[in-house]
Structures are given as C-alpha cells and as structure tokens.
Design a protein around this ligand. Structure first.
Ligand code: ADP
Ligand code: MG
Length: 701
C-alpha cells in the first residue's frame, strides 16, 4: 500500500465512503494520515459509576446486567442498558430516530452485541433523571470482540482523537480506519527532515509524530507531535520562500532610475497637502529599492485611509520620469475608475499619458484594439486597470513597475502571471487588510515590508454605533442637513448572486421612496453596467446625490471625503475584514464621521464581530481578532495567499516554530540551493508536491 493510493481501496472504505471523505479533502491514504484530530478526549481511566456527576461528560467501564429496547413513540427507539461496576449501577441509553427506509436496525444489532455479561466501555453525557442515573451514550465498545476473543480497545483505555467530520462519517468509524493504518499497519510518510536538523530543533521523528498525533500516550506527547508536524509545514513554506528569494537576488534588472523630479516636483506641488512622515519614509524606502540593480519586491501595509495612493503615484512617476511604463491594478472596476480620475487630476497639465483598461471597457472593439496597440507601442505611460490587464494579454513596450492595490484580492498566481509579462519588473503590493508583522514576514517572506502607521493629521475618529433603523436614519438626515453625504450599504455575500441582489435592490428602493423620500438617492451595485456605475459614482462624488445606496462593490478603496456617515445593513452577516473596509469609506475628511451597524447578531461569533467593531478602530487589532475568530485556515485562504492550508501549524501561536523553521530553511538552502544532495531528495519531493503550481516562481532543478 502506498500513501498516494486512493482511500477507496482501503479495507472498510469503498466508493460510498470515499465520496464522503472527499468532502473532507481526503482522497489518498496520505491525506487520511494528514487528517489530524481537532482535539482529544481522555478516556484512559474510566470513572466509578458512584462518582458520576450530573451533566458531565464521562467514560465508564462495566458489566451489562440487563438490556431493554423501548419504543415510546412512533419515530423514536430507545435502548436502555443497565451497567454495573464495583461502585454502582447506571443506565447507558441509546436514542435512535427510526428511519423507515433503512433496513438497518441499529438498536436491534446493538442489543444482540450487548448481551448481559458483556464487559464494555461507554462514554457520553451523564444525566440525573428521576428514574435514576443515566448516560446518553455517544460511543461504546465491548471488550470482547465478535469472534469471542478479548480485543484491545481502540476507542477507550487511551486518549482518543476526535476528528473533524462531515455528515455520514462517524468518529468511531474514522478512528478505526486510522487506527489500523497508523498502529496496526504502521503506514507512514517518509521523514524528509535531515537528522541533524531534527535533533537541533528537538523534534520527534516523522514516524513518532504521526503515531502520536493520532494516538498519543499523553497530552504532552500529542503537543510534541503537533509541533513536529507544524515544523514540517512551516519549514516547507520557508524553504519555498527562501528559494524564491535566492532566485530573485540573482536577477539583475535591465532598467535604472534616477530621481529627476521632472514630474515628481510638480506632482508634490499640486497635491494640496504635504506628505506625512510615514509617507515620506515609505517613499524613501521604495525609491531606495528601485535604485538597486535587483527588482523591488515590497509590500506596503497601511490601514484604510492612510494615504497609500499618493505613495504609489510617486513610485509610478519615478518610473515615468525615466521613460518607462507602469501599471496600477485594482481589484474592482469602480476602484480602478476612481484611481484613474484621481491620478488624472493629480497629473493634470503634465505630459504623462494615462489610460484605463477594464474588462467592461465601454469602447468598441476597434477603440480597444487601438488602445492596446498604443500601450504596446509605449505611447501610454500609466495603465490603470483591473484583472483585464492580465486576462486580456495587454502587452507593454517597457513596463518597469507594477503596483497592485488591495493586493489581498489578487491571488499569488495572478501576481506571478503579471510578472511574466516583462523581465523582472519592480513590484509594489499595497494592502489595507493588515496582517500582524510576524505573519507578513512568513507569508510574504520573499518581500520587504513597509508600513504606514499613522493616518494623515486632522482626522477625527469614526464613531461606530449599533442602532436600530429609526435612530440610524435620523443621524443620516442630520448629516445631510450639514451638507454631508451618506452611504447605506447592503452587503452581499456574493456580488454575483442574483436573488440576494434583488432582495437588496428592492429593500433599497423601498428605503428611497419612504424614509428618504425627497432626498437625492443613487444606487450602485456590482451587476450594473460600467457606464451606470461610473455615472452613479460621479454624481455621488460631485455632490449630486445625498445618499448612495450600495452593495459591497464599494468596499475597497472608494474615497469621497465629504461622506461622513455609513449605515451598514445586516452587519451581523459580514466578516470583520469587510466591515472594517466598509467603515473606511468614511472618516476620510476632517469632519466627524459615523459608522452605524444594523442587524441582530444571532450567533456568538456575530456578536463578537459587532462588539469588536464597536470597540476596536485599528485595522491591525481587528485583523488579529478576525484571525482568532475565524482561525488561520480561513483567514489565510489558499486562493488569496497561495499557501497550502496549514493542518498542524498555527500562524499566530507558533511564532517560535516559524522562526526555527525559517532559520533552518535559510541554512539548508544556503548549503544546497538546488537540493541536489542525495540526502535531500525526500525533501525535494515533499517541497514539489506541496508547492509546485503554487509558486510558479520556484526555480529548482
Ligand atoms: P488608502 O490608504 O486607504 O488607499 P487613500 O490613498 O485613498 O487611502 O487616501 C485617503 C485620503 O487621504 C485621500 O482623500 C487622500 O487624498 C488623503 N491624503 C493622503 N495623504 C494625505 C496627507 N499627507 N495629508 C492629507 N490628506 C492625505
Ligand atoms: Mg486605497
């Protein structure tokens, strides 16, 4: 049996169950081995029946003295098993909803198995009933197997693993399969860590780790196993990044920049404000990097409203001053359109040629072809656009700098695709979805990081409130009376979902014709044509609308400083990242702004999100809260960050392991940069299987 074999051929699995396992992401035996427990339950020492407390989760071991099958209602069957140990008697109770279509009589079978005299384990929740003590059983295991021999218990007399499950898969079944694989057959992944590295970092062997993650003898050993497996995950990640870094270091760029100030100075003069200290610092960092012979790879993090756009423009002007082309990519058409307008205005009167490229380009095909031709001929200096720049195979004559705004919305592969367009361009990524710095180092390990910590001076903090509709709309009216503007947002989970959109649009028009009758109300959503979106944005920006009712399309980047109030309907349904981004649309001027959350959180999680929004204003702290609410697996979705999901490692709590893995990866890739040494072959295989196709920039032979 090989770890690459499909699970279907395992004894006890079969095609039906294989389909269910696939839902858990398990298709091969290797996947199954890597399906780690989410927690453990200590069932090593059974509780004396006399000492069972009400409501507790307990495990007992005893002899069956009587079994009774009761059918109190049409649809419910109950099996009551009286169990005795040296200290007392308890009823172990099994409930089953009768399924008329199933030929399987679960309780009947159980009754035959648990004949009086049988010694068995039971675990479940204890209840003190008027009729006596009972345990609602969720797992049991008789000590005598079907064949009459005494068997080694799998589910008791040990610390048992509890796995993530899906419908149709039970703990007991999954645990049994894994027990046979891991303990009976001793199937393992090969250990790819060099011995000395393993010892230097005091790690278990891969063999031990796999056994103890599933069937540990103690919680301490389980944690040691997890640490070893986490180390493996981080080590492969860090090794991949170290190799990317190395391959980048060797490339020399074909273009050079000198700070001429030909465009930079006039740009600074017409800004209408001076750069903040943070902006100056970051621009310096970027210019210094651009001046080096190797390509710039920098991630610029700055909270919403911190002023990243003008920093990007400065970098782009340096490229343009030196006769190169540059492109600024945004994740939505609205944002790209806004950048186009902003930058055009900032550079008005300068001989800099700017064009907008989006997929819904309103122009006819002929016009589009002409635009693409002039970009290819080098007649456009700054191309502002969306994915379309990548998808449409727009080619440049001498593209030297790529800026990606709100980069978390783009996948790693897309970034890579764009870099292919030209020979090692400078790349500046910008994000307002802040990640704790240590994590940034890990995920963007091939990047340098710049941070804008402080927003421009004079901003008033945004007051965030959780209010019902009347009060919320009163504030909106009050602000409009002060000649300010308002957003009312109906966030959509899926901007392309037609029914959800319809619901939002009809709620919106109801609002416009009732509460806000007589006000100038505009509407914008993702499925409108580009021209319509443009018109709506333009009218809001120029003050022709008092209120813009919008879906989440306005989430990122939109900048209308006169808007001072945002109402977020159904705020309970949305994640912290989205809420924080939305809130960032107000508080962009010098007037006091409000963000009003509506909606009634029903889940605990939703309540915590609302509370976090009310109490935390820093994007960095919110991101940390978000991470702890959602868990790193979701927070760092593979699609967004291009890293495989971590199964054992935890990006927040395992910083010490990450650091060790990082330095181990550095030293290994320093000694054997191409992984040519025969002893590193298992490692190379593991690395390729984890990362090939993800980091197409990986360059190992
Ligand atoms: P973000 O970092 O969210 O992309 P923007 O670049 O959109 O932020 O900037 C937010 C607002 O702050 C814009 O209206 C911009 O003109 C303004 N701004 C940027 N830098 C400064 C500054 N140094 N002083 C005053 N206002 C600034
Ligand atoms: Mg922005």
């Amino acid at each position: 049996m090989q770890i690459s074999d499909p699970v279907q051929y395992l004894k006890g699995v079969g095609p039906q169950r294989a389909k269910l396992l696939a839902r858990l992401g398990i298709t091969t035996i290797g996947d199954l081995l890597n399906h780690y427990p989410r927690e453990y339950e200590d069932r090593s020492i059974p509780r004396a029946i006399a000492h069972i407390g009400d409501g507790e989760r307990v495990t007992i071991k005893g002899q069956v003295i009587a079994v009774d099958l009761i059918k109190p209602a049409m649809k419910i069957n109950i099996l009551k098993v009286a169990v005795r140990d040296g200290t007392g008697i308890v009823y172990a109770v099994f409930f089953r909803v009768v399924n008329p279509y199933s030929r399987f009589d679960v309780l009947g079978t159980l009754k035959k198995q648990l004949v009086p005299g049988t010694i068995a384990y039971f675990s479940g929740t204890a209840e003190n009933n008027p009729g006596g003590k009972q345990i609602r059983v969720d797992e049991y295991e008789p000590l005598i197997s079907d064949t009459g021999e005494k068997s080694v218990p799998i589910h008791f007399e040990r610390i048992v693993p509890l796995y993530p499950l899906c419908e149709g898969i039970t703990q007991k079944w999954l645990r049994t399969i894994l027990f046979h694989l891991v303990i009976t057959q001793k199937i393992r992944h090969p250990d790819f860590l060099p011995n000395d590295m393993r010892r230097n970092n005091s790690l278990l062997t891969a063999e031990e780790a796999l056994e103890y993650i599933h069937f540990p003898q103690s919680f301490i050993v389980a944690e040691q196993a997890r640490r070893r497996l986490a180390f493996d995950e981080f080590f492969l990640l860090e090794l991949a990044l170290a190799m990317v870094r190395k391959s980048k270091k060797n490339t020399e760029k074909q273009y050079r920049y000198t700070v001429l100030k030909k465009f930079l100075s006039p740009f600074k003069e017409r800004l209408g404000f001076t750069f903040t200290a943070d902006q100056k610092k970051v621009i310096n960092e970027i210019f210094k990097d651009m001046a080096r012979p190797i390509p710039l790879r920098r991630l610029l993090m700055g909270d919403v409203g911190s002023g990243k756009t003008v920093v990007a423009v400065a970098a782009m002007l340096l490229a343009v001053e030196n006769g190169y082309q540059t492109t600024l990519l945004a994740p939505t058409e609205i944002l790209a359109g806004q950048h186009y307008l902003t930058i055009k205005k900032l550079l008005d009167g300068l001989p800099v040629r700017i064009a907008l490229v989006t997929s819904q380009l309103s122009s006819r095909k002929a016009e589009r072809t002409r635009l693409h031709a002039s970009i290819a001929a080098g007649e456009i200096d700054i191309v502002i656009g969306t994915h379309a720049v990548i998808d449409r195979h727009v080619s440049f004559k001498n593209l030297s700098l790529i800026v990606i705004d709100e980069q978390h919305r783009f996948g790693v592969l897309q970034r890579a695709a764009l870099q292919m367009k030209t020979n090692d361009p400078d790349v500046l990524l910008m994000t307002a979805t802040p990640i704790p710095r240590t994590l940034a180092m890990t995920i963007y390990g091939d990047m340098d990081v710049s941070v804008i910590e402080h927003v421009p001076p004079g901003r008033m903090p945004i007051e965030t409130l959780h209010l019902d509709s009347d009060k919320a709309y009163e504030i909106v009216k009050r602000e409009i009376a002060l000649k300010h503007q308002a957003y009312i947002v109906y966030p959509l989970v899926e901007e392309s979902d037609k029914t959800e959109l319809k619901a939002a649009v009809s709620e919106a028009s109801l609002l416009a014709s009732s509460v806000f009758h007589g006000y100038r109300v505009g509407l914008i959503h993702g499925q409108m044509k580009l021209e319509e979106k443009d018109t709506a944005m333009r009218k809001f920006r120029s003050g022709e609308y008092d209120i813009l009712i919008a879906t989440t399309v306005i989430e990122v980047g939109i900048d209308v400083p006169n808007a001072t109030v945002m109402v977020i309907e159904h705020a309970d349904r949305f994640g912290l990242a989205t809420l924080h981004q939305l809130r960032g649309r107000v508080g962009r001027g010098t007037e006091k702004s409000y963000c009003i959350l509506r909606g009634f959180p029903v889940s605990d999680n939703a309540r915590r999100r609302i509370k976090a929004m009310l109490t935390i204003s820093s994007g960095f702290r919110l991101a940390e809260e978000d991470l702890s609410l959602r868990g790193p697996g979701e927070f760092f979705g593979t699609a967004q960050h291009g890293i495989p999901a971590l199964k054992a490692g935890n990006l927040i709590h395992d910083i010490d392991i990450i650091q060790k893995a990082r330095s181990a990866a550095e030293s290994l890739s320093g000694g054997d940069p191409h992984l040519w040494a025969p002893s590193n072959q298992p490692l190379k295989i593991a690395l390729l299987s984890a990362y090939s196709g993800r980091l197409s920039l990986l360059n190992i032979g």
